[in-house]
Design a protein around this ligand. Structure first.
Ligand code: ADE
Ligand code: ZN
Length: 326
């Protein structure tokens, strides 16, 4: 079977990964020691054993605890560099990485420290790995819109170092409408816009991400298949869905990978893509997501090619550059 080799070798773009979700347990412990931060886990093994999630919130609690070791510019650089090396090894040639500034500013870390470290890794990735990398600033939706406005204000001096705005964290109970005003402001400022919607939340959240926030892509969006009119809208407007199969498996969005609806989304003509979300927590980077999903669902080589093309078409690289890839 030559399909796994094709999946690994094909050039691809990653459009949905949280850089804080690429912190491997070994790096968490190394940074904890470097920064004299104490962790509620005795060892790498004990931390890894805690990675048994039942839903999104059970993961987020541990993910925010892991990020507490990040204090210095070099810490953010080291985290992003480790991810970018793994991306290059998986033939990811372009990636758009999310970061959660509020997770760090809440601990007294200046947003400049966060952005400078991440951005320096992106610059080095181009020259040393041949990977183009860009940053998307996410607002935490369990916090208020006022706090999102404050974060935007703090980050605007560094606006040349990130290309877009996203919305993540606890979905259910925090609908997109909660952030209507701050997304309208970000739109005026010329940022690309994306939002997590329809991961655990209902199709109504996907509708409002599109119609109220006016996002260009939907992160996850797998619950859209429950709403035929929404599926038609997503296909007609060619709205990319950044699907994360191993994340969905680990957070119990689907009972197993063979039940995943990625094939159904592609069959409906949607611009679906494959992504790793939080690869250090969910058991695999890009190529693991591709190989495990294809093995479980029986997707074809034609669909592999479609997913790779979708990843470039759905990206924010400029139109002339896209032509070179698809
Ligand atoms: N933050 C990191 N990973 C996330 C996910 N899968 N959904 C929402 N917020 C997140
Ligand atoms: Zn995500």
């Amino acid at each position: 079977d030559r399909l796994p080799a094709l999946l690994r070798a094909m050039p691809k773009a990653e459009l949905h990964m949280h850089i804080e979700g690429s912190l491997e347990p070994e790096l968490i412990f190394a940074l904890a020691q470097r920064n004299a931060v104490s962790l509620p886990y005795a060892s790498v093994e004990e931390l890894r054993r805690a990675y048994a999630f039942t839903n999104l919130q059970s993961f987020l609690d541990i993910y925010y605890a892991g990020a507490s070791v990040l204090l210095k510019e070099q810490d953010f650089y080291d985290m992003a560099w480790a991810y970018l090396e793994r991306a290059a090894a998986d033939n990811v040639i372009h990636c758009e990485m999310f970061f959660d500034p509020q997770t760090h500013t809440a601990r007294g870390v200046d947003v400049k420290v966060v952005i400078d470290g991440l951005h320096r890794a992106c610059v080095d990735a181009k020259s040393k790995l041949g990977v183009s990398a860009a940053l998307i600033l996410c607002f935490l939706r369990h916090l208020s819109e006022q706090e999102a406005f404050e974060t935007l204000e703090q980050a605007l001096p560094y606006r040349d170092k990130f290309i877009g705005i996203g919305l993540d964290s606890s979905e259910v109970g925090h609908p997109p409408e909660k952030f209507a005003k701050v997304f309208a402001r970000c739109r005026e400022l010329g940022f690309h816009l994306v939002a997590h919607a329809g991961e655990e939340g209902p199709p109504a959240y996907v509708w409002s991400a599109l119609d109220v926030l006016k996002v260009e892509r939907i992160d996850h969006g797998v619950q859209s298949s429950k709403d035929a009119a929404l599926m038609k809208r997503l296909a007609q407007d060619k709205i990319p869905l950044t699907v994360c199969p191993l994340s969905n498996l680990k957070l119990c969005v689907f009972p197993d990978l063979s039940n995943h609806n990625l094939g159904a989304l592609l069959d409906a003509g949607l611009v679906a893509t494959v992504n790793s979300d939080d690869p250090a927590y969910f058991g695999g980077y890009m190529n693991e997501n591709f190989t495990q999903t294809f093995a479980a669902t029986g997707l074809s080589a034609q669909q592999a090619w479609q997913l790779a093309a979708n990843s470039f078409n759905g990206s924010f690289i400029d139109a002339s550059a896209k032509k070179a890839y698809v």
